[in-house]
Design a protein around this ligand. Structure first.
Ligand code: IMP
Ligand code: MG
Length: 436
């Protein structure tokens, strides 16, 4: 039984998003019933092909409408503190978390269907990626239509630039980020990359920083609306045209939340020691071509010699082992200091804190700048969008941001560009609608 459980776990839990899998399962039914694969090659009646596509489109839309209503019900029960019962959605998908906005899934499906021709497919059922992109579209429709986007936070590697690369001046993401600043949207780059000095962040983000510095159309306040939150939630820098490397370091005392201020230095050291030991054990037992890297607020293993690839399975095994070892360690059981163990694609890191804290710091920092009075002076979750590539529940670091704001799950910097274009179109449509 134990072995069976472990095999199931290894095959499924940490590599699947249960909400997406559940929606995929619902869409698989009309796919099987209405997709008529023979219509693609019997050549008898071409009009039947478009009829079946229409039928599939109608059925998929209905299902997504029903899920939309179920999310509304979940949100209503989430808002009612006296309701002891789980929502229907929670019963069906126990891992589902809080929703900050309702999700117009039917409209989002129609948009994605017009781009991806999901209903016209006869052999390939609605996929994980189809559903992920429908959820992204629904989320950005929601943050622009039901409310107002005030803060956009972005992960670095894989989201803004390819893994291990930098934001070069030619990146198509740069004009899109400048456009957000022009629209008075605050930007936080919330990355695990943990450096204590501005030069290192400048090296990774120089294309964006130089473009902001050179802009003649951004106001000084808009320029200062970019911050970098590094090491998940450990180092804060603000764009500053006069500072060395265009980034001014902000002392921790100016931005730590009251909860973060209680993280005790000796507990942090104890946690990193335990993580280091667990990582060393994995390097030995899995014979990994890796070197250990200990930092002030993180510990990780990186490929050694540089450039060698550690197998994906070994990276995943390491994360899961380290996560468990830390949960069971004395300092982990006391839960005094949150941590985040994740597979970075080529390396494994354990960081102090996680992106929920990193995004929270951005919400408070900019909330104060905006002079917000309610919500403790912080930008609210429904007015925040975090864009990242790591949303699996174990071994992924963007996942934690879900607890403090809305999120979009992208798979490459190109998808980030597409998402920002979609966002721009929606914001301009809303603005034009309001002014006409
Ligand atoms: P992100 O995708 O922007 O969150 O960056 C994750 C990557 O940053 C990791 O995969 C590492 O390669 C790199 N990195 C550099 N320094 C650190 C650190 O201190 N903690 C975690 N990741 C780091
Ligand atoms: Mg990333």
């Amino acid at each position: 039984m134990t072995t069976r459980y472990r095999v199931e776990y290894a095959l499924k839990s940490h590599r699947r998003d249960q909400f997406i899998e559940w929606i995929k399962g619902l869409l698989a039914v009309p796919f099987v019933l209405y997709s008529s694969p023979h219509g693609a090659f019997d050549g008898k009646d071409i009009s039947r092909l478009s009829q079946t596509a229409e039928e599939a489109h109608r059925r998929y839309s209905e299902i997504l409408h029903d899920v939309e209503v179920m999310i509304d019900d979940h949100i209503a029960s989430q808002k009612d503190p006296n309701n002891p019962f789980p929502s229907k959605l929670k019963l069906l998908v126990p891992t589902v978390g809080p929703f900050f906005t309702r999700l117009p899934l039917e409209a989002a499906f129609k948009y994605q269907d017009s781009r991806r021709y999901i209903s016209s497919r006869r052999f390939v059922s609605p996929s994980f990626n189809d559903v992920r992109l429908i959820l992204n579209s629904a989320q950005i429709m929601a943050v622009t239509t039901y409310g107002e986007l005030q803060l956009a936070t972005f992960d670095g590697d894989v989201t803004l630039y390819d893994d291990g690369e930098s934001l070069e001046p030619s990146s198509p993401v740069i004009p899109r980020l400048l456009d957000l600043l022009h629209k008075n949207i605050k930007i936080g780059i919330v990355t695990a990359a943990g450096y204590t000095t501005a030069d290192k962040y400048h090296a990774r983000l120089h294309g964006l920083l130089s473009a902001i510095a050179a802009s003649t159309t951004l106001t000084p306040a808009q320029k200062e609306s970019l911050i970098i939150m590094g090491g998940e939630a450990n180092y804060l820098f603000q764009f500053s045209p006069g500072a060395p490397h265009l980034l001014a370091p902000v002392p921790r005392a100016e931005w730590l939340t009251p909860e973060m201020a209680t993280w005790d230095e000796s507990a942090i050291a104890e946690l990193l020691d335990a993580a280091e030991q667990a990582l060393r054990d994995c390097v030995r037992s899995l014979n990994l071509p890796a070197a250990l890297l200990r930092k002030d607020r993180a510990v990780g293993i990186i490929p050694d010699p540089p450039g060698v690839r550690i197998p994906r399975e070994s990276l995943e095994e390491t994360v899961l082992v380290v996560q468990k070892a830390l949960e069971l360690s004395r300092v982990g059981r006391e839960r005094k200091v949150p941590f985040c163990a994740f597979n970075g694609g080529r390396d494994v890191f354990v960081d102090i804190g996680d992106k929920s804290w990193g995004v929270t710091v951005c919400q408070r920092w900019f909330g104060r700048q905006l002079g917000l009075a309610d919500n403790g002076g912080a930008i609210r979750g429904e007015n925040t969008l975090h864009v990242g590539d790591q949303f699996l529940s174990a071994g992924a670091n963007d996942f934690r941001a879900r607890s403090v704001g809305t999120t979009a799950w992208i798979a490459s910097p190109t998808e980030t560009v597409d998402l920002l274009d979609e966002l721009k179109e929606l914001m301009e449509k809303k603005k034009n609608g309001a002014s006409s």
